[in-house]
Design a protein around this ligand. Structure first.
Ligand code: ZN
Length: 164
């Protein structure tokens, strides 16, 4: 049983966190994050444990350091969170997700702008590639194959080259 003193303490902590952060702590509580996990996640955020933040289509990927490095993925569409996950061993909603969600709330405008900018650049690149001649495309592909192992392996697989 949780004592009434503990409940009061939790309410105070929630109120304080609401005041100091503009993130939506209600969202975390609605998603069944335990309060102690929220507090640990807040600490992770404060202590700059987020190593990198990168877009991968509609997924915002966070590398978060700690005992190990963990990957938190937040699926976002037009500023709205669809889903989130972490690859750490903690079975329930974890502190890494909290840190990532806080980061997201604190930087949402900037994050959205960056993704729009990325999408614009990618679109321009696609337009440019469509104007290339067959020769230029062949040369570009060969260059990519030489420089990028992942592309090379994908193409070897696609054309079933080197298989017995
Ligand atoms: Zn985690």
């Amino acid at each position: 049983m949780i004592s009434s003193k503990e409940i009061k303490l939790q309410m105070i902590i929630i109120l304080v966190m609401k005041m100091i952060r503009n993130f939506n702590i209600d969202y975390l509580l609605e998603n069944n994050f335990e309060l102690k996990i929220i507090i640990r996640g807040e600490e992770y955020y404060e202590q700059n444990m987020i190593k990198s933040v990168t877009w991968n289509n509609n997924n915002l990927e966070f590398k978060i350091i700690g005992t190990n490095t963990y990957l938190v993925i937040i699926d976002i569409e037009k500023g709205k969170i669809n889903d989130f996950s972490c690859d750490c061993p903690y079975e329930y909603n974890c502190k890494h997700e909290v840190a990532a969600l806080i980061y997201l709330y604190e930087n949402l405008d900037e994050i959205n702008d960056n993704n729009e900018e990325e999408k614009r650049k990618l679109q321009q690149l696609e337009e440019k590639i469509k104007t290339l001649s067959l020769n230029e495309l062949s040369e570009l592909t060969l260059e990519l194959i030489r420089k990028n192992e992942k592309i090379r392996n994908n193409l070897l697989k696609k054309y079933k080259i080197g298989k017995k």
